[in-house]
Ligand binder design. Structure first.
Ligand code: SF4
Length: 210
């Protein structure tokens, strides 16, 4: 039988979900235990983005029925089943990156200054690390029937992408030199030299002018 996935989760047996890994099969006995387990990656680092491809492996949750399995998927990927359903029905409300950045204020107000090329690079790098599919991306917007089963539609840029855009806007006038990526730097500490996404962004070099 073909394996079925939602993001990094495998759906197996009748209602179970999990992430297989040879040598480890931790049974999580409750939704709370499951939510707690996926808060950190295999190395114990906090996962600030629920969709990040850093899910710990070697565990399963034996759901009782379809409703319990849906609750388990929601504990791992909040709103995933709701957004999938709304997307299929054509009722999902979508907001573009331009729209979201233009309504930022206070500490994040400067994000609106990020150029189109910077926005595109930020989206490509940050969303490329996420299992959700950004249906808000106007040029790449997908119709409901072209999204594969198991894909999770993302209706609008999340706070993690906005936080990255804030840093990218600060780098733009005088980009700092890229440093060596350091896996000890937290995943979303974009302001810290060594942060993997920061360094990948800076290593790509100067942005083309708009
Ligand atoms: S904006 Fe990008 S990184 Fe954030 S949840 Fe959506 S797809 Fe994932």
């Amino acid at each position: 039988m073909t394996a079925r996935f939602t993001g990094e989760l495998e759906l197996f047996d009748e209602w179970s979900i999990g992430v297989r890994r040879a040598g480890r099969a931790v049974e999580l006995g409750s939704i709370d235990a499951l939510a707690e387990f996926v808060r950190t990656d295999d190395r114990g680092r906090y996962r600030p983005l629920s969709g990040a491809r850093t899910m710990p492996g070697g565990w399963f949750y034996g759901a009782r029925d379809g409703e319990d399995r849906e609750a388990a998927i929601e504990a791992v990927y909040p709103l995933a089943t709701v957004h999938s359903r709304q997307f299929k029905q054509g009722t999902l409300r979508v907001a573009s990156l331009d729209e979201v950045l233009s309504r930022q204020s206070g500490r994040y107000e400067n994000t609106s200054k990020l150029t189109a090329a910077g926005r595109d690079r930020a989206r490509r790098l940050v969303c490329g690390e996420c299992v959700r599919t950004p249906v808000w991306d106007q040029e790449r917007v997908r119709e409901p029937d072209t999204v594969s089963p198991g894909l999770i539609p993302c209706p609008e840029p999340c706070s993690v992408l906005v936080a990255f855009c804030r840093e990218a806007a600060l780098w733009e006038p005088e980009p700092p030199a890229a440093s060596e990526p350091d896996s000890a730097v937290p995943w979303a500490a974009f302001e810290e030299p060594g942060n993997e996404l920061r360094e990948r962004y800076l290593m790509e070099g100067p942005l083309p002018h708009d």
